[in-house]
Design a protein around this ligand. Structure first.
Ligand code: FES
Length: 106
């Protein structure tokens, strides 16, 4: 899968222009993804067009961002080898390695 989409909101009729943050690179399944310091992992992945963050145990159903406030656990992924990381509450760091999670994680 080629990750090239850029789905960020650049102009908003109500909100001001976002402050420009330092660009960093995170890796999703080994593929580089552009991100900005201070944003959650889930925001960077969604801007890159990635919607499935984990899959359920019983039915292998896809899950992604649902609440975006750290309550539902639908955004859990494996981050730098750590399973069950809530990506909506975890900020990006340069060089982070992120993988989708299957089931409860190891
Ligand atoms: S989207 Fe619900 S915990 Fe992250």
């Amino acid at each position: 899968m080629e990750i090239t989409e850029e789905l960020r909101i650049k102009n908003h009729p109500i909100l001001q222009e976002p402050e420009v943050q330092k660009e960093v690179t995170i890796f999703y399944n080994g593929e580089p993804v552009k991100a900005y310091e201070g944003e959650p992992i889930s925001a960077a992945l969604m801007a890159a067009g990635i919607r499935t963050f984990r899959r359920t145990v019983r039915r292998n159903e896809p899950r992604g961002v649902f609440c975006a406030i750290g309550r539902c656990t639908d955004c859990m992924m494996v981050v730098d080898g750590r399973p069950n990381t809530r990506t909506c509450m975890t900020m990006v760091q340069d060089g982070m390695r992120i993988e989708p999670q299957f089931g409860f994680g190891k």
